[in-house]
Design a protein around this ligand. Sequence first.
Ligand SMILES: [Zn+2]
Length: 87
Amino acid sequence: MSDPLHRTTCEEAFRRLDDFLDRRLSDTEMRLIEEHLEICAACTREFTFEESVLTGVRRKLRQLSVPPDLLARIAEAIRAAGERDAS
Ligand SMILES: [Zn+2]
């Protein structure tokens, strides 16, 4: 370890990838990962892949429309359960 700046290693970058994508890191940690991604092609590839998967899943969840009759059945089931508890 001769680097006085203590560069973020690939291992550290990978370990923090999820937190980085969720913006759960401190500003300093975010910057360290960003700096590592700028100089590391392998991590950038992984990062881009993970991000595309995450945003893809989130977009799908947003687009997911629940059928109205399903909502009605759930509401009915909750109401019925409540009545069962009350009696
Ligand atoms: Zn790396």
